[in-house]
Design a protein around this ligand. Structure first.
Ligand SMILES: Cc1ncc(COP(=O)(O)O)c(C=O)c1O
Length: 394
């Protein structure tokens, strides 16, 4: 990136387009080059020796690092306001590798109960085999001081949550993590760095399913973790062991997607609010979960800690599961699909997707009802989307 005007902070839209790109020399392409290679040459054995001795950083093998991956990493680090970032093969690769970096047998985690289902299942099904204990709590963090003990190492949160869009008070969470000297991790997927920057508030690590808003086009599986240089260095070592590194082609798609992140997010948020208002008035809908509505329990907190209300929402149908299935089978513009954050608007039943293989008690804990429909707002025309909802609900 060329030097910014002195003392002036660039906006997210400008940062997303220029950060990390090396265009200092003439004849460098404007588009990002894909270093489609598994390995890198050394001019001589002295260079190789310096790398092996840790005296000079170098690209050696793409699982360790790659120039295209570095562009994506610098872009995300700049957007999140972090010293460094690492891109990974998926959001779950970032989350699992980060957690395994900071945890060992005997350690404990405090985590909100309402988590992305994959993260919840990782904690429920895999961590006990490693002797790692997870203690869940609600998004209001009530009773958190009763869960902490000398073995607690990590506070892990997600806000807004999937699928009911409840918020965690970031200031409260960070104050608690500081008081108890916990490593604070946050999944920032639903907000994206455009709406929420947890590093500036004191969080140690921000993670994303970059599959979603960051890449933004439903065409790549990708993840990222951003934090201090020291912590990202340790996570990089873990990813080198576990192998969840990103492919350069995926990095290219992620870089291209991020250039329009701010624009997409702005438009998607506007459409989501209009749709939430439409659904709220519909006689077949019993409840709309969207933090932009005054009726949402975390509306005031959303106004305080987010720059917009996001483009995810959920609603409960009075007719329960049967009505929710009928609705999802009848939409024409909204596609029935998992995932989120792409150009295409989607509907899905959490009970049969992110929250499958969960008991009724677990579903209740996550605020999911059988008749809950989750909606990801895309980039289509607002009137077309509302008309589609109207006909599918009719
Ligand atoms: C909030 C959240 N975190 C993490 C993940 C996992 O990311 P990935 O599917 O890229 O591994 C998802 C995926 O849906 C998600 O919604």
């Amino acid at each position: 990136m060329k030097k910014p005007v002195k003392g002036r902070r660039l906006a997210d839209s400008t940062i997303a387009i220029h950060a990390g790109e090396d265009r200092f020399h003439r004849s460098v392409p404007v588009g990002t080059a894909i270093a489609r290679t598994s390995n890198f040459t050394f001019a001589n054995t002295e260079e190789l020796k310096l790398w092996a001795e840790g005296k000079r950083p170098a690209y050696i093998y793409t699982r360790y690092g790659n120039p295209t991956l570095s562009v994506a990493e610098e872009k995300i680090a700049a957007l999140e306001g972090a010293e460094a970032a690492i891109v990974t093969a998926s959001g779950m690769a970032a989350i699992s590798s980060a957690l395994l970096t900071v945890l060992k047998t005997g350690d404990e985690v405090i985590a909100t109960r309402a988590l992305y289902g994959g993260t919840y299942r990782l904690m429920r099904d895999v961590f006990p085999r490693m002797g790692i204990v997870v203690r869940h709590l609600e998004t209001d963090l009530a009773g958190i001081e009763r869960l902490v003990n000398p073995r607690t190492k990590v506070l892990y949160i997600e806000t807004p949550t999937n699928p009911t869009l409840r918020l965690v008070d970031l200031q409260k969470a960070i104050a608690f993590a500081n008081e108890w000297d916990l490593i604070s991790l946050i999944d920032n997927t639903f907000a994206s760095p455009v709406l929420q920057k947890p590093i500036a508030m004191g969080f140690d690590l921000v993670m994303h399913s970059a599959t979603k808003y960051l890449a933004g086009h439903s065409d790549v599986i990708a993840g990222v973790a951003a934090g201090s240089r020291a912590l990202i260095g340790k996570i990089r070592d873990m990813i080198i062991h576990l192998g969840g590194s990103m492919d350069p082609e995926a990095a290219f798609l992620l870089i291209r997607g991020m250039k329009t992140l701010e624009l997409r997010m702005r438009r998607q948020c506007e459409t989501a609010l209009a749709i939430a208002r439409f659904l709220q008035k519909h006689p077949k809908v019993s409840r709309v979960h969207y933090p932009g509505l005054a009726s949402h329990p975390d509306h005031a907190l959303a106004k305080q800690q987010m720059k917009g209300f996001g483009a995810m929402l959920a609603f409960d149908l009075k007719g329960g599961l049967a009505a929710a299935r009928r609705f999802c089978d009848r939409t024409r513009v909204f596609l029935l699909a998992v995932s989120l954050g792409g150009a295409e608007s989607l509907v899905v039943l959490p009970m049969y997707s992110s929250h499958y293989r969960m008991s009724l008690a677990e579903l209740q804990g996550a605020g999911v009802e059988p008749g809950t429909v989750r909606v990801s707002i895309g980039l289509e025309d607002r009137a077309d989307l509302i008309e589609d909802l109207r006909q599918a609900l009719a």
